[in-house]
Design a protein around this ligand. Structure first.
Ligand SMILES: *Cc1c(COP(=O)(O)O)cnc(C)c1O
Length: 487
């Protein structure tokens, strides 16, 4: 972490502009000069910085280092799986044959890329125990939307358009109810029981002729494996509904449990979490949809199929919900996921879930005497504490998280899931060493001591970052993205 301000970023690029200073040399034109457009289309007052190339490079490099990243710091942001992304994935995605391919190139000239997609469909079907996979969706939430649209199409095709109710647990990621509502479903909340499992009595009450299905996150956002999951699927199926699986956090289950075998009908994966594409800045991502036999005709187009002559083709499933993105999804992300799976192999994938769960439980066990653990049982890939015990001493979960920044750790996810008061959701991921975990645990214990001995120190954190408390809502709603000349 670059502590404090930096000479090279304090002054904005625009403010360093010196008339006549240049950073590029425009080559001599080797094409005939063309007349300029009509003068009314030309601007004379375009404010561009006049700076040298090293100034630009220093400015942006320094700026990039004011931030936290997985490549510089431990990043235990729960539910987001901020793990290390092997650089070889990028190298493969950058191969000219992949990176320079045009999406409208004919199929005969794209066989290698199509084969990669076809193999990836197969790998993901294997991982989830599902029959069909569409790679077209560009994010987890996008996969959810495609998945619930498929559920809607399925019910309509069976003359059951009256199934409009979608039950979603109170611990769900906010995208689940949003996706279901966008697809036209009436969202009803499915409560969790005292152990963090689905409340089966409440599910029985909801399971009627108007139930379209349920959306279940496994493991749940409490980091828990629902011990009744097979029964949940059975109840929903018996009522004629379908079970959607939010598989964004599949690093907990890889090689050990398959959603299809547990009874899920349709699910999405987040390749940019589990299958290692850098993410967090808003994209690009990939949220492939995997489904059971009964739903394959509805998958989003296009998919890749192989004909008897060995050629690969783009195909539209029989009753497809249609195209949901341009072309074939985010190819670069898909190439990274393919590389990741091939380099690890089956045994490597299995060790991901083993280490992810071991690391989270190591933290759970090391901190549960000083941070309140609302669901006191073994967790999966993440552990959700509550800062209630620190709150009693006047220090909130947010302030504990902010204080972590002073020690060089990214904050955990805070105040989510909503059903845990003062939630601190910690996901160490499988890629961190025990040395890092121990350093984090020590720091969490130090912050707890500070909450008793010097609460103001924690309440006013962070003290060492380039900027301290930000107006996050303001930054999201009224972003200031454009430089204006003062005055
Ligand atoms: C990250 C996440 C999502 C949403 O994924 P995006 O790619 O950000 O749209 C949905 N559900 C869960 C449980 C997640 O962790």
């Amino acid at each position: 972490m670059n502590k404090g301000g930096n000479r090279n970023t304090e002054q904005l690029l625009m403010e360093r502009s010196v008339p006549g200073r240049v950073g590029t040399v425009i080559p001599v034109s080797d094409v005939p000069e063309q007349p300029m457009p009509d003068a009314s289309l030309l601007r004379t007052d375009l404010d561009l910085p006049e700076v040298s190339e090293p100034e630009v490079v220093q400015y942006f490099t320094n700026l990039s280092q004011l931030n936290f990243s997985i490549d510089t710091q431990f990043y235990p942001l729960g539910s987001c799986t901020m793990k290390y992304n092997p650089k070889v994935n990028d190298e493969m995605a950058f191969l000219p044959g992949f990176a320079n391919i045009h999406p409208m190139q004919p199929e005969e000239a794209s066989q290698g890329a199509l084969e990669l997609l076809h193999r990836l469909q197969g790998f993901l079907a294997e991982v989830t125990g599902m029959a069909g996979v569409s790679l077209a969706t560009l994010a987890g939430a996008h996969g959810e939307l495609a998945g619930v649209l498929m559920m809607r199409a399925y019910h309509r095709a069976r003359g059951e358009a009256h199934r409009t109710k979608m039950a979603i647990p109170d611990s769900a990621h906010g995208t689940n109810p949003a996706s279901a509502a966008m697809a036209g479903f009436d969202v009803v909340t499915l409560p969790s029981d005292a152990n963090g499992n689905t409340d089966l009595d409440a599910l029985h009450e909801l399971a009627g002729p108007d139930l379209a299905g349920v959306m279940i996150t496994l493991p749940s956002t409490l980091g828990l494996f629902d011990q009744d999951i097979v029964e949940v699927c059975r109840i929903v199926h018996e009522a004629g509904g379908l079970v959607y699986g939010d598989g964004a956090n599949m690093n907990a289950l890889l090689g050990r449990a398959k959603l299809g075998e547990l009874g899920f009908d349709v699910a999405h994966l987040n390749l940019h979490k589990t299958f290692s594409t850098p993410h967090g800045g808003g994209g690009p991502g990939a949220g492939p949809v995997c489904c059971a036999d009964s739903l394959t005709p509805f998958l989003a187009a296009p998919m890749v199929d192989r004909s008897d002559d060995g050629m690969f083709h783009l195909v539209h499933p029989e009753s497809t919900i249609g195209k949901i993105s341009a072309f074939h999804g985010n190819f670069g992300v898909l190439a990274r996921a393919y590389t990741y799976i091939v380099t690890l192999g089956a045994a490597g994938l299995k060790s991901i879930s083993g280490n992810a769960v071991l690391n989270a439980n190591y933290i759970l066990d090391a901190l549960k005497d000083i941070y309140y653990l609302p669901y006191d049982r073994g967790c999966m890939h993440e552990v959700v504490f509550s800062a209630d015990w620190q709150r009693e001493r006047g220090v909130s979960g947010l302030e504990v998280a902010k204080r972590l920044l002073d020690y060089g750790f990214h904050a955990p996810t805070m105040y989510f899931p909503l059903i845990v008061h003062e939630a601190l959701m910690i996901e160490p991921t499988e890629s961190e060493t025990m040395t890092t975990l121990d350093a984090f645990i020590d720091t969490m214990r130090v912050i707890d001591r500070e909450a008793s001995e010097d609460p103001d120190l924690v309440r006013n954190a962070p003290h060492t970052t380039p900027v301290s408390r930000l107006d996050e809502a303001g930054a999201a709603r009224r972003p200031n993205l454009r430089w204006r000349r003062p005055g």
